[in-house]
Design a protein around this ligand. Structure first.
Ligand SMILES: C[S@@+](CC[C@H](N)C(=O)[O-])C[C@H]1O[C@@H](n2cnc3c(N)ncnc32)[C@H](O)[C@@H]1O
Length: 230
């Protein structure tokens, strides 16, 4: 099987910037970062590697089945035709991250079972975006973040309130639906609902602030984050 070399845009420049800012709040020598959902290693994984490369003894744990999310047809088609695990390793190599990345080829639940509490400075959730799995990921990974560390994730475009609420509640098993009524072309109902139920207003949504880009244009990231206190 070949590796997948076409582009796969999954993590926009505003999301990259938001994730970098969060990482810089918590990373330190010997820090530990974990992400659930690394896919090809060209999106969030690359950002985290770039930030950790300058930190002594930093490690990034990447948890993924590398089978694609069950509700994303494009994932399943790529996973069927290409060697996604080898693609990930290839891209980690190119980013210079082979020495810091620990690859855990398993599902999120199995990984959480073998990892102790208070282990990570930052956990980034970007796995299966259905409501049930996102809710579960928040529940099982929250205790793994040290006090003062950050639990965060991708694809939370808004809160499930107002006119959008019915549409969000009726599509919580879908990966995404059209973003009519928001600043985004698509939104992720399962993530939006799970984050709101877990944290309510304590979750910081980057989508609620306009980000100024270096080229003068503006945009919005879809990262959510919570600082864990114990
Ligand atoms: C949205 S993609 C991740 C995108 C990646 N973070 C990026 O920036 O390009 C979701 C990933 O989650 C993985 N995944 C889906 N369900 C999972 C589960 N239960 N446990 C672990 N990984 C899972 C899929 O294989 C896929 O690689």
């Amino acid at each position: 099987m070949n590796i997948y070399l076409d582009s796969y845009p999954s993590f926009g420049s505003d999301d990259c910037e938001a994730l970098r800012i969060l990482l810089r709040q918590v990373i330190r020598p010997s820090c530990r970062v974990l992400e659930i959902g690394s896919w090809l290693g060209t999106g969030s994984t690359r950002v985290i590697i770039e930030e950790l490369l300058v930190i002594p003894d930093a490690k990034l744990y990447c948890v993924d089945t590398w089978m694609g999310s069950p509700n994303v047809a494009r994932h399943l088609a790529i996973a069927e035709e290409y060697d996604v695990v080898a693609t990930f390793r290839h891209n980690v190599n190119i980013a210079g991250g082979s020495g810091i990345v620990r690859q855990l080829i398993m599902n999120s639940d199995d990984a959480a079972d073998i990892i102790g509490s208070d282990t990570f400075d930052l956990v980034f959730i970007d796995g299966d975006h259905s409501y049930e799995q996102t809710r579960n990921d928040i529940k099982i990974w929250r205790p793994k973040v040290r006090s003062g560390g950050i639990l965060c994730g991708h694809d939370c475009e808004c809160r499930p309130h107002g006119a959008l609420r019915e549409r969000i509640l009726s599509a919580v098993n879908s990966d995404s639906i059209t973003g009519v009524g928001t600043s985004f072309s698509a939104i992720h109902p399962g993530v939006i609902l799970a984050v709101d139920e877990a944290f309510g207003g304590s979750a910081h949504l980057w989508s609620e602030d306009v980000m100024q880009r270096s080229d003068g244009t503006t945009g919005r990231a879809t990262i959510w984050d919570v600082v864990i206190s114990k």
